[in-house]
Ligand binder design. Structure first.
Ligand SMILES: [Fe+2]
Length: 254
């Protein structure tokens, strides 16, 4: 799947719109400053480096994040309708959804995604991006929190836990929080489950969009690894504000 330059641009503006609409000052101001500082990288980065995962295309990250924010707001309504206690705020809900995967950016002066130059790995393994292995290992949720803290963007306890645990039991490191049978050790907020559900739903839908149509065809998967269908479109004036030559060339190199 590909997004046009116009879609990439409008997804970016939509994400900034969610910050302005749901986050109160001074965090709103600090978040806008942070996201603008890394605008060209975040706007274009994928949600994952491999086609086999989800949204591994330019603009895939913001597309995913917007889906998680919208999914979290919709999922919240269901939880409320079924009687869940509102032991979190809507600002905490949107803040957690917005920043849950922020760690995928990498380090502020050393980004994580490098468009792959390895034609064989792109064609045969669907590895459209290389992970920047000069960055020390840290889990995505923990790096998300670190980036926020480093930029003096404070998190509430609910937000810290929702971001830290957003992979649910897919990450065994979360078991002490999520597998306890002792009431006093169970999470005190449903926010954790709502953000996890929204993320799970978004990633599954992104997988379906990318892969299910292909399983109906008899073409080899190799043919389906084509990423850029309309390069002219992707390089249209909507991306004209991007300064980095490297990023401008990224769409060509995929
Ligand atoms: Fe996610």
């Amino acid at each position: 799947m590909n997004l046009s330059a116009e879609q990439i641009q409008s997804n970016w503006e939509k994400m900034l719109g969610y910050i302005n609409a749901y986050i109160s000052d001074p965090r709103r101001e600090k978040l806008i400053e942070f996201y603008k500082k890394h605008e060209e990288e975040i706007m274009l980065m994928p949600a994952s480096h491999k086609k086999a995962y989800h949204n591994s295309f330019p603009g895939g990250y913001v597309d995913h994040v917007n889906r998680v924010i919208e999914g979290a707001l919709a999922t919240n309504k269901i939880w409320v309708e079924f009687g869940a206690e509102q032991n979190y705020t809507v600002e905490e809900l949107v803040f957690s959804a917005l920043n849950h995967d922020l760690g995928k950016l990498g380090e502020e002066d050393n980004y994580a995604h490098i468009p792959s130059q390895d034609e064989w790995r792109k064609k045969n393994l669907g590895e459209m991006y290389q992970f920047n292995d000069s960055i020390a290992f840290m889990s995505v949720p923990e790096r998300s929190i670190k980036l926020l803290v480093d930029n003096d963007i404070k998190l509430t306890k609910n937000e810290w836990l929702a971001i830290r645990l957003h992979d649910g039991l897919y990450d065994p490191a979360n078991e002490p929080y999520l597998k306890s049978f002792m009431p006093e050790l169970k999470p005190r907020t449903s926010l954790i489950y709502i953000v996890h559900q929204a993320d799970l739903m978004a990633a599954r839908i992104e997988f379906e969009k990318e892969w299910l149509p292909k399983f109906g065809k008899k073409e080899s998967k190799v043919k389906n690894f084509k990423v850029t269908k309309n390069k002219t479109d992707l390089k249209s004036k909507a991306l004209g504000t991007i300064k980095s030559e490297g990023l401008k060339n990224m769409l060509d190199s995929l």
